[in-house]
Each structure stands twice: as C-alpha cells, then as structure tokens.
Design a binder for this molecule. Structure first.
Ligand SMILES: Cc1ncc(COP(=O)(O)O)c(C=O)c1O
Length: 458
C-alpha cells in the first residue's frame, strides 16, 4: 500500500497540477474503506445517509464557527432546536435542560463527568484538586467505552478511582454489586459521585437496567450518566424504546447521531438535565468573544459552554437528515436495522460451526464464534484467534475481533474472560437478506481456504 500511495502522498516544493490532484484523489478513494457499503457490517459509525452528506457539504461551504451567535446565527438556532428535540425524546421537560454537540462521544462522556464534578464540588473549578481531600469515585462496568476511565484519568479523578461493577452474562451492570461497591467506598471515606451506565455497549450491544440503577443513584445521591452513544437511536422506535426505560431519570446522556441515526461523522450530543451547569462548569468568559453588551441576547452565544474555543458545526447535517425522514422515517430505519439483525442471527444459528455468544441478541450487535466444519473434524487444535481473516466486504481492519474482558488488569473486574469472537453490527438499512447470505458464505469460503492453508503447513 505505501509503495502504491507514497508517490501521490508527497507534497513537493512546486504546486501540483489539477489533473495530478484528481488522479491522486481517485487513487485514495480506491484504497479507502467503503464505509457506506451495505455489506460493511463491523462498526456502528460506518454507514451514512446521503442527505446528511449533503448537509456536511453545506456545512463546509458556509464554514461557520459555532462559538457565537453573531457568526453562526442560523446554526445556533438549529442546534438549540435539535438539542431540545433530543432532550424531549429522553423524556425531560421541553425547553429545559442543556447540551452541546461535542467532537465524538468520548468528549461527550468527558463533558458529563466534568459537569457532574462541578455539581458536586463547585469550588473545584477555581481551587483545583489540591483542596480535594476525598477520593472522587466513578462507577462503571467492563462494558463501558474506554473513554469513561480515560476521562476520569484526564480530569484528575484517577484510574484507581474508577470502580468496575460486575456484569451479568449479558454484559449488564449488576445493581446489587453497584450498591455494594458504593457502600464500601463510602465506608472507606471516599466521595462516590458518578455512575456511568451504557445503553448499547460496544462489545455485546448490552443495555443496562436504567430504572434500577437510577434508584440506587437517588438513594446515594449520585449523578447518573447514560452513555447511549449507540443505543440512543432506539428512542425513535415504539418497538424498541423499552431498552432505555428509565433514561429520563439520568442527569446526562451521550447520544452519537453518527451511529444508529446514520449521520456522517462526527455528530455527538451531550445532553444535560439541569440548565446552567454546562456554562457554570466550563465558562472562562473570554472578553474578546463573549462581551455582555452585544445587541442581542447573549444567552444565544454557546461558546462558553464548550471546552473548545472554535467549534465545528455538527448539527446542520443531522437536522437536514432528520427533517428529510421525519420521525416516522427515522423509526422505520431503526426498525429495519433490528429486523435485519434478527435475520442475520437466524441465518447464523442455522450455519454449522457457529456458536452464538449470547443465546438471543437484544440489539443490532451480533456476536458469535465460528469454527469451520473442516476444522471440527481435525485433531489438530488451532487457536480460534489464528483465524483472523477479513471476510466482510470492504473490511480492512480487525475491529470484528473483540475480547469481552478489556480491563483484566483491574482487580475490581471479575467478568469471565471470553475467547475472541466475531462481532457484526447492522447499521445500514440498505443491507438485505441477500447481503447477509453473501457475508456468511464469504465467511465460510475464506475460513475453508484458511484451514486448507493451515493443513498444508501441518
Ligand atoms: C458506547 C460507546 N461510547 C462511546 C464511544 C466513543 O465514541 P466516539 O468514537 O464518538 O468517541 C463508543 C464508540 O464506539 C461507544 O460504542
């Protein structure tokens, strides 16, 4: 690859002709992963809707920075409207609460933990951590996205203060263990403040039981954050919204619209139930940007809520996409993804050599092991993880190989280790039953080839 691309990557002293530039663009497109392909099934942030692509083009054409209303009047209003719509879907009262679009869910999760800390210890912003005598404690599970412990590390909570609550075999947080761990951290003189639950985990697609977790958070006065990066989309569908039952009791919610909603990258919202906290936590009142004597209501300036200065307009493409489909179209899209995931699961179940990680999937994430038939008959034992071949159309990375226990150096984590398995995520509503047949046949064909090679090596 580098041999092919190196000549066109080069930036020379002299300008390149338009013809040469176009040649290189074609080559780069040829070798880029085709994430919009309907057989590209390995990641929830792959497929995208063309209307949102048009929105992204419009965004780039206007090239507007989001920090003040005067530079982005239209987009600021759209952002306010869309965030309000999203909060209403979560179940919070209309026109209340707060939020902002962040550069990815990892950043959105970090917003949540910062705001929660500000709520618990407002003096932290001014005095910093030296004045903090107690260890601040964050609770999550091994199924969380790594951005949760990373945020805790970045903001000074410390990785050692991230407590991993046990999960059941479906990857859902054990509420009993959560309470037990809160009680023991209180007994140890720490200050538990933040619980991060997941709706649609990256590995198993699991949904934590939010109502029960909210009960525990209320009892001990803890902030409940829901990372619904992937699973947030179920709120469009009356058939599937039960998966996030209780989400309205969260204090903050992360929702990645570049996942299930098929917006182009990146489009991540952090939603906060209490108005004013975001600005109180992050504002530094830069006088050259946020003068208080402007000719309009300065509440429209969103920049001081953000941890960035300049901010990309991520909302326009989402608004355009959402408007083009309406709520009904969004719901149809989500229902279709679930339907195709069920088709995939059924086809896998009738494929010899397949073993499902979970007996029944809950979401659009399907996890399984596959041992080729030929191998089942062989006496030679080959570790499963040697069979790392790319069998999904357009797949050029190994994201399909996941290990449930990604925190095995953490004493708090007692989840059982699972051998590496395959993961498929249905995210493109253009994917058909025939595509699924194709993918499964490819898997079998490539596995057979791999086994033949291994047998020859024997
Ligand atoms: C549950 C969950 N949270 C957070 C993230 C991080 O999202 P981003 O890549 O937008 O930072 C992911 C990514 O897969 C995720 O699945």
């Amino acid at each position: 690859m580098t041999q092919i691309l190196d000549p066109v990557f080069e930036i020379t002293d002299e300008p390149e002709s338009l013809e040469e530039l176009l040649k290189s663009v074609k080559l780069l497109l040829k070798y880029s992963t085709k994430v919009g392909h309907r057989r590209k099934l390995n990641n929830p942030s792959t497929s995208f809707d063309v209307i949102s692509l048009a929105g992204e083009m419009m965004t780039s054409t206007t090239n507007t920075n989001m920090f003040t209303y005067e530079i982005a009047p239209v987009y600021t209003l759209i952002e306010g409207l869309v965030l309000d719509q999203m909060r209403t879907m979560v179940g919070w009262p209309p026109s209340q609460g707060d939020g902002i679009f962040a550069p990815g869910a990892s950043m959105a999760n970090m917003y949540a933990i910062c705001v929660a800390r500000h709520k618990f210890i407002p003096s932290f912003k001014n005095l910093g951590m030296v004045e903090q005598r107690k260890d601040l404690i964050v609770f999550t599970t091994s199924q969380c996205n790594p951005s949760t412990p990373r945020s805790a590390a970045i903001i000074g909570v410390g990785l050692k203060n991230v407590i991993f609550v046990d999960c059941n075999e479906r990857g859902q947080m054990s509420v009993t263990d959560l309470e037990r761990k809160i009680v023991s951290s209180l007994a140890a003189g720490s200050l538990p403040f933040f619980v991060s639950a997941t709706s649609g985990s990256a590995m198993l697609g699991s949904f934590d039981s939010l109502t029960e977790i909210a009960d525990v958070c209320d009892k001990y006065n803890l902030w409940l954050h829901v990372d619904a990066s992937h699973g947030g989309g179920v709120m469009f569908s009356a058939n599937h919204i039960h998966l996030v039952r209780g989400i309205r009791r969260a204090h903050s919610v992360t929702w990645n619209c570049h996942m299930m909603m098929n917006c182009t990258l990146q489009c991540s919202a952090i939603l906060i139930r209490e108005k004013g906290l975001l600005e109180a936590c992050n504002s530094t009142c830069a006088t050259y940007l946020f003068q208080q004597d402007k000719h309009y209501d300065v509440a429209y300036d969103t920049g001081d809520k953000a941890i960035q200065c300049g901010r990309h307009n991520d909302v326009y493409k989402l608004w355009l996409l959402w408007r083009s489909k309406g709520h009904t179209g969004m719901s149809d899209h989500v229902v279709r993804l679930f339907k195709m995931a069920a088709v995939f699961q059924e086809k896998l179940k009738s494929t010899p050599g397949v073993c499902m990680v979970l007996p029944e999937m809950e979401f659009v994430t399907i996890c399984f092991w596959y041992v080729p038939e030929k191998m089942l008959k062989m006496t030679l034992k080959i570790p499963l993880n040697m069979l790392k071949f790319d069998w999904l159309e357009g797949n050029n990375n190994n994201n399909n190989y996941k290990n449930i226990n990604n925190n095995d150096d953490n004493d708090n984590n007692n989840n059982d280790w699972l051998p590496t398995f395959y993961k498929v995520v249905i995210n493109n509503s253009a994917t058909t039953s025939r595509d699924i047949d194709y993918v499964i046949n490819q898997m079998k064909r490539l596995a057979d080839e791999e086994v033949n090679t291994l047998m020859m090596m024997k």
